[in-house]
Design a protein around this ligand. Structure first.
Ligand SMILES: Cc1cc2nc3c(=O)[nH]c(=O)nc-3n(C[C@H](O)[C@H](O)[C@H](O)COP(=O)(O)OP(=O)(O)OC[C@H]3O[C@@H](n4cnc5c(N)ncnc54)[C@H](O)[C@@H]3O)c2cc1C
Length: 339
């Protein structure tokens, strides 16, 4: 059980800046995110697109904003728990016990939900039997490419992820690339590379095909693919990888006893607290009259929620408002020397 003053659900821009605000006022925090990387929508949906309305930053991309937010957290020791989806929140005595899908547990008086539009989940194969092999030989993301060395890998999808991995894995594995259309959506250079590798018989390309069946008892043995003319092919395979993009789901958050309005969580505008004491919601996931789904709003909401956490985390202390420019305590926390 990990004990902390505040647990932040979501490592998007709001979660990151909220962590900064908590640390500035002397509270500990941990951050959990379902994705394998930090940055939320900015990094997952538009890393290369410029943003023009971050205060005092005339222009920066989603990736640059994320990097800057991470840099701003450098003075602090903050633990990120990635690839973990928060599934359960339960009140135990004065604290909330928070559990992830991988059974990580946290105990905290304050939970700050910065979950954006919900957790990003991979879109999965429609063949039901795939569930049996999920996380073993049917995968939707790659953590260690070495497991595919010398194996046969069937990659499904027509976007950048499918194409990039087909090119990469073709160096050490037998690769089947299967896509339901003739056209690919990836970068033209990668599309060209795939066609060249197919010509050199380093990638077996099957377009206008989709998975129709899988075979295997304890281990995946083969997959059957079908095209629009109902022609089928059976491919022996060790792994099947699906890259069909991500869907966003409010998911478990909907079951935590919070007041939900149009897939967002209702909060007050003083502390950004929900209808449950000690649970706050900030950023895109919260709703209140006049809410703007902008990054700058998330920053403000996180700053106020962090101050509200102080009361429950340090019941015997009084919170004192201070400026970063002039507070010695804050400068010490930041590791800044001088006046
Ligand atoms: C194409 C595009 C362009 C945009 N341009 C702008 C712009 O120019 N200016 C602007 O201000 N805004 C812009 N936005 C909106 C902006 O990106 C969002 O307002 C912002 O990302 C919200 O931040 P957040 O931290 O609240 O949520 P998110 O960025 O959505 O992050 C939430 C995180 O929470 C995680 N999460 C959710 N549920 C769970 C769970 N149960 N367990 C673990 N983790 C969970 C998710 O995986 C995700 O990483 C744009 C959005 C898009 C899509």
């Amino acid at each position: 059980m990990i004990k902390t003053d505040a647990l932040i659900i979501g490592a998007g821009p709001t979660g990151l800046f909220t962590a900064h605000q908590l640390k500035l006022i002397g509270l500990n925090c941990e951050i959990v995110d379902n994705l394998d990387k930090i940055g939320g929508q900015c990094i997952e949906l538009y890393p290369d697109k410029p943003i023009y309305d971050i205060p005092a930053v005339p222009e920066c991309t989603g990736e640059e904003l994320t990097k800057n937010l991470i840099n701003q957290l450098k003075p602090f020791d903050i633990r990120f728990h990635l690839n973990e989806r928060v599934d359960e929140i339960k009140k135990e005595n004065e604290n909330w016990t928070v559990k992830t899908n991988n059974n990580k547990k946290f105990s905290t008086p304050n939970v700050i939900i910065a979950g954006g539009v919900g957790s990003f989940e991979p879109r999965k194969f429609s063949v039901k039997e795939c569930e049996k092999f999920e996380e073993k030989s049917i995968l939707y993301s790659i953590r260690d490419k070495n497991i595919f060395k010398g194996k046969t890998v069937s990659i499904f999808g027509g976007g950048d992820s499918a194409l990039d991995w087909a090119v990469e894995l073709s160096k050490n594995s037998k690769v089947n690339l299967i896509h339901r259309r003739d056209d690919f959506r990836g970068a033209q250079a990668t599309v060209d590379k795939v066609h060249q590798l197919a010509k050199e018989e380093k990638i077996n390309l099957y377009t206008r095909y989709q998975m129709s069946q899988i075979k295997g008892d304890n281990q995946l043995e083969s997959i059957e693919i079908k095209n629009d003319d109902k022609e089928t092919k059976t491919l022996k395979t060790d792994y099947a990888l699906g890259f069909f993009g991500l869907i966003m789901q409010l998911g478990p958050i909907a079951n935590w006893g919070l007041n939900i309005y149009k897939k967002t969580i209702e909060v007050d505008t003083e502390k950004f607290e929900t209808n449950q004491k000690g649970i706050y919601a900030v950023g895109d996931i919260c709703s209140y009259p006049g809410k703007l789904k902008l990054i700058l709003s998330g920053f403000h909401e996180g700053a106020l929620a962090a101050r509200a956490c102080f009361k429950l985390a340090r019941p015997n202390e009084k919170y004192r408002f201070e400026f970063t420019t002039s507070s010695k305590t804050i400068k010490d926390r930041l590791g800044v020397k001088g006046d």
